[in-house]
Every structure is written in structure tokens, then in C-alpha cells.
Design a protein around this ligand. Structure first.
Ligand code: ZN
Length: 530
């Protein structure tokens, strides 16, 4: 069964699905895994008729603990302050650092992805007093919280430690304060220069009433308090938090022992590993969620995360084969959903994965799946060949005119191909077909020349019409000549591109006019006939 359906099938009664983000700077594309995963669970629940709320919270009362986008004097000034109180970077009109990076950049990706949670900001929930009852319970039961840290994580807290950070009345920092005494009305605290190494407290000490936004529960307690506050029944988290003795286990124990409530079902998920580490600096392009959402169609981003089970790590290398491979796999699952023949093995429930990947939950997956989608690598080559009418060419390949939606898909892919070629594509995908027979052909061996002559004859007979058909013919011809395929490909690259490597040879030849290909093969072969 599709993994989200398994979760939905086990749910009893109305559900509240929650996900959260700490807004500490630019949000990486991997953070969309949690967003898409929770949305898929929500959809699966609603499709079963389960009454479901979908919440997304921003932990903007957490302290700024990494300089990230701060520079100069502002590092010293703002480190340790709640993210909601740190100003947005210059040039942004947002009300805070948190609102800029999460509210404006990250959350702008949600609606196009078909994700529409109810959004809440923890700075507001603290300020309006919603969290106060949990603050009181956590302070009254601080000994229980300390026990949980010891029992679950073997972390020893000092005897007077309290699970709360007071926002210093003088300097506004919360990351630098140590709270030590709760008398049922006020908390004693001191703002210390040396409490943490990433921020410097001002030295003030005093007592405050810790309610209405003047303090924030420590992260694990805050997490468990949110579950009670919102009645959360399902919340996944990244595997870094879900380790034995780790954050999630502590918060689960706090929910049970301090707030007397069963914690939500956990769906722990693996990371999205980004390849090509130099990428973010080498070409001035990042892998932020908003950059990738601007490059890839939303259904491809959903598909990236939904085609594998949550516990599977994903590799994403925009400068490698990830993007073309993602399009190919999407097209294959689309075709399988429409009942069309596909190559290779299919995952279980491909139609369910495809439907969950569509932005519109109500779309007819079989109709969407049947649409003509130009293979990405083929298109990336076609747009580089001068004089090709891409739309007419693809209509010919489809065998009938493209409908409105297919034309839209094609135009979207052309645009993505262009941007991918300009910014990310490996060099082998960038081609310049030589208008004359390249001089590098002179270095080819006689068997390679003979191979090209044979291929020209075979192509004239079979007239391969697609990249796959060409690829198949190239391999068969090489095999019949008892020639290693790499040796055969090298001849083709030399004849058309004047270099030793290139994209998949079948797709390259399929992107060119048939007559041109045959003529070039014969010229490069030096007129030899077998
Ligand atoms: Zn202070």
C-alpha cells in the first residue's frame, strides 16, 4: 500500500496534522520534504473521509543562534534574540527576519505545491497567552522535566534549572538567560555574558512574570506544549530528531509525564542530500526551497518526495542527472497510471504516487497520466539544434496535435530546459552540432568508420523516430559488428559534435533531421560502404 494510505488507514477519529519550522535563515529545498509529506498524509486522510486539520507553525520565538544572514555590527546586536525580534535583511519589507525567510520566501512555495495548511506563528501564540497554561504546568513540574532529560537522554541539568528562557528586559535576548527560581508568580533570571558561545548576555538579572510572551519554553517542552495546545495527533520529524534518546523521545516523554497527553504519531523521515557541494558558490545559485520551486514544476517537487517511503534518503544533485532522471521517472509513472506500456519495474501503487504528486487533489490521474510529455533529455537537445520548430516536431512525434494542456506542459519544459542548461546541466548535455564534418573524424579507426556506414544504411531502412529507437539501433548495430558500445558512441560524438563525449547518442540523433544524420554518418565514414 502507498505509505500515506497506510497511515490514514490506521487513524481513528478526527485528526490534527502539524508541521513546524524554525526560521533561522534561507530554507533549503530539503525542508520541503516535511511540508509535502505532511500534506500527503492530510490528503490521504481526507480522501478516506477523516475530518482533518492541517497546521503549520513557525517557531519564531526561538533565539537566533547562527549568524546566517547577519553581517557586521548586527551579529553582536541580534544574536541570541528571538527570531521574531530580529529585523529582516535590508531591502526586505518584511516585519522580521523570520517573516522574511519563512513567511515570504519559503511559504510562497506552498500554494503552487497545492499545500494549504493553517499557519500560526509561535511569537503570536505566546503573546496572546495561549501558551501560558503550559508554561505554568512546566514550571510547576520542572523536576519532572529534569528527570526526563536524565532518564531519556542522560543529560544532567542543575538542580535549579527551569525549562524556560526569559527574554531579557534590558537587552531583549533570550538565548543568553538562565532561569533559576519559580515562586508560582515570577521567575528569577540572569542574562549571562558566558552562558552560550554564540551570543553575549548583558549581565542584567531580575524577576519577571513569565507569561504573555515574556518567555519561551525550552524547545522540547515547547514542542510537547504545542501538541496539547493544538490537539496534534500526527507529526513527523527529520531523522536527526528521531534518534534514540534524542529530541523527539524527550518531547514524547514530556507530553506524557508533564502534560498528561499521548504524543502524536511520529513519521520520521530521512534527509534530502544535496550533491555538487561547490554548486551554491560556483554559479551563484543556491538550492533553497524557493530557487528549486522556481525551477521545477510543482508536481515534480511533490513527486521527488512522494515516490519513496519517508525513511529512504534521497540524493538531489541539480548539477548531475537528478533533474532529467526525475522527469523521466515522473513520465514513466504517469504513463503507467494511464495504463500505457512502460519499461522497467514499477513501484507498488504507481497510480497512487502519481495522483498524490498532482497539485490538484481532485484531478483525474488517468487523464493527466495519458498526456503527451516530451522526454526532458530529448527536449534539452532539440532546443539546442538550430532551426527546429519544437512544437511542430513534437506533434509529429506524438502523431497528433498537442492539446492545450500538452502545449502548456511542453512550453513549461522548454523553459525549464533552458534554465537548467544555463545554470546546472553537466557539460555533456550542452551540444553544438557541427555544420561541417569535424576534423576530429580523421582520428577515427577504420572499424569506427565502417560502423557509421552500417548505421547509416540501417537507419535508412528502419527510420528510427525516437531517442529510444535510435539508441536501440545504435546498440544493435554495434553488437552485430562485435564492437564495444563506448567505441561506437565515440565515433558518433566525433562525427556530430567534434568531441569525445556527449549526451545519450540516441537522443542526439533523434533531435536532428533524419536526412542530415544519414548524410553525416556517410560523410564521416569516408564514403565507405559495407
Ligand atoms: Zn540582557
Amino acid at each position: 500500500m502507498y505509505w500515506a494510505d497506510e497511515i490514514a488507514a490506521a487513524a481513528e477519529g478526527p485528526q490534527v496534522v502539524n508541521d513546524s519550522k524554525t526560521p533561522s535563515g534561507t530554507v533549503h529545498v530539503g525542508s520541503l520534504r516535511g511540508v509535502v509529506l505532511h500534506d500527503a498524509i492530510v490528503r490521504a486522510l481526507r480522501e478516506r473521509g477523516v475530518e482533518t486539520r492541517f497546521l503549520y507553525g513557525v517557531d519564531d520565538l526561538d533565539p537566533m543562534d547562527a549568524a546566517a544572514h547577519l553581517t557586521g555590527d548586527s551579529v553582536e546586536r541580534y544574536m541570541g534574540m528571538p527570531l521574531a525580534m530580529v529585523p529582516a535583511p535590508e531591502g526586505s519589507g518584511a516585519a522580521s527576519y523570520a517573516r522574511h525567510f519563512v513567511g515570504e520566501l519559503f511559504m510562497a512555495t506552498f500554494a503552487p505545491l497545492g499545500v494549504a495548511p493553517e499557519i500560526y506563528w509561535m511569537s503570536e501564540r505566546y503573546a496572546d497567552g495561549s501558551v501560558d497554561p503550559y508554561i505554568r504546568v512546566a514550571l510547576d513540574r520542572a523536576d519532572l522535566v529534569r528527570d526526563i532529560y536524565r532518564r531519556v537522554s542522560h543529560v544532567e541539568k542543575r538542580e535549579d534549572w527551569l525549562p524556560i528562557s526569559i527574554i531579557c528586559e534590558v537587552c531583549g535576548r533570550s538565548g543568553t538567560t538562565l532561569a533559576t527560581d519559580w515562586n508560582g508568580h515570577t521567575v528569577a533570571y540572569s542574562c549571562r555574558p558566558d552562558l552560550v558561545d554564540w551570543a553575549k548576555g548583558c549581565g542584567h538579572s531580575g524577576r519577571v512574570i513569565p507569561f504573555k510572551g515574556r518567555a519561551k519554553l525550552k524547545w522540547n517542552v515547547d514542542w510537547a506544549a504545542k501538541w496539547s495546545l493544538f490537539g496534534v495527533t500526527i507529526e513527523g520529524c527529520g531523522k536527526d530528531l528521531a534518534t534514540a534518546g534524542g529530541s523527539r523521545e524527550r518531547s514524547d516523554a514530556i507530553a506524557r509525564d508533564v502534560f498528561d497527553r499521548e504524543p502524536p504519531l511520529n513519521v520520521s523521515y530521512e534527509f534530502l542530500n544535496i550533491g555538487g557541494k561547490k554548486m551554491s558558490t560556483s554559479k551563484g545559485l543556491g538550492v533553497s526551497a524557493h530557487d528549486m520551486a522556481a525551477l521545477l514544476p510543482p508536481e515534480l517537487i511533490r513527486f521527488l518526495f512522494l515516490r519513496s517511503k519517508p525513511r529512504r534518503a534521497l540524493d538531489f544533485d541539480p548539477e548531475g542527472d537528478t533533474i532529467p532522471g526525475l522527469f523521466d521517472e515522473f513520465d514513466r509513472i504517469a504513463a503507467a497510471t494511464a495504463g500505457l506500456p512502460v519499461r522497467g519495474e514499477l513501484p507498488p501503487d504507481p497510480d497512487r504516487i502519481f495522483r498524490a504528486s498532482l497539485v490538484d487533489a481532485a484531478a483525474d490521474a488517468a487523464v493527466e497520466g495519458a498526456r503527451f510529455r516530451p522526454p526532458f533529455r530529448h527536449l534539452a537537445l532539440l532546443i539546442q539544434v538550430p532551426g527546429v520548430d519544437v512544437e511542430a516536431r513534437l506533434a509529429a512525434e506524438k502523431g497528433s496535435p498537442l492539446d492545450e494542456r500538452e502545449t502548456e506542459i511542453l512550453r513549461e519544459r522548454v523553459e525549464i530546459c533552458r534554465r537548467w542548461l544555463a545554470a546546472f546541466a553537466p557539460d555533456r548535455y550542452r551540444v553544438e552540432v557541427q555544420s561541417e564534418v569535424p576534423s576530429s573524424v580523421a582520428e577515427l579507426d577504420p572499424p569506427q568508420r565502417a560502423y557509421m556506414a552500417t548505421l547509416a544504411d540501417a537507419a535508412d531502412g528502419e527510420r528510427p523516430a525516437s531517442g529510444d529507437a535510435w539508441q536501440d539501433l545504435i546498440f544493435r548495430t554495434a553488437k552485430a559488428a562485435d564492437m564495444a558500445s563506448g567505441y561506437a558512441f565515440a565515433a558518433i560524438y566525433a562525427a556530430f559534435l567534434g568531441r569525445a563525449n556527449g549526451p545519450r547518442a540516441g537522443w542526439l540523433l533523434a533531435s536532428l533531421e533524419h536526412a542530415f544524420v544519414v548524410e553525416r554518418l556517410r560523410s564521416a565514414a569516408g564514403g565507405q560502404r559495407t
